[in-house]
Ligand binder design. Sequence first.
Ligand code: URA
Length: 235
Amino acid sequence: MMERLDKFLAAQGKGTRKEVGRLIRSGAVAVDGVPVRDPAAKVDPSCQTVAVGGSPILWQEHLYIMMNKPAGVLSATEDRRQKTVLDLLPEDLRRRGLFPAGRLDKDTTGLLLITDDGDLAHRMLSPKKHVYKLYQARLDAPVTPEDVRAFEEGVRWGEEVYAPARLWAGEGDPFVAFAQVHEGRFHQVKRMFQARGKTVLSLKRLKIGGLSLDSTLQEGECRLLAPEEVCQILR
Ligand code: URA
């Protein structure tokens, strides 16, 4: 969210509006490494680094955690009987209000965003925003050109029509499919393949918008996102 630089610094405890105004005009404040001398300049602290006297301000209104979700855990905040993705968070990342933004099925693995930023989750999940999610599926039959065309046109499942999606086969292995969809409907990818007479044997999410799963994260592991990675989600 864009806000005035002086207001941001005052809210971060760097002085009164007048004091931070003086500080900014003196040239001591830099945004992404560039000195900014205008107290009314707009900054987005969620994806820009503001530094005073060379020291970056560690600003975090919200937490954004990337998890490589393992199979067998629920994308939910709590469950009386079954383990949820929040149970997998290390102690230092636990915080009130965290939730998985966009669910994966219990048996689906891969990129899951856990945050306490309801606004970002809303923008990421709204079908109108067209934030694409990329999935890798292992199928019981090879991807055909007819499947690709059907995905492009919008797959039908009973009464339902899914929005057009991109589909391509893995290089050298047509049983591996890559599907890019922007809706997030219940069992969507599995149903789209089912509508084509195919069964998804395993499913992994690789990407949300411009954000890719960190390939160094083992299943069940997570890490905080850097500010610029948060911005990549909606890109
Ligand atoms: N589509 C599915 O069918 N399952 C998921 O977990 C995600 C997308």
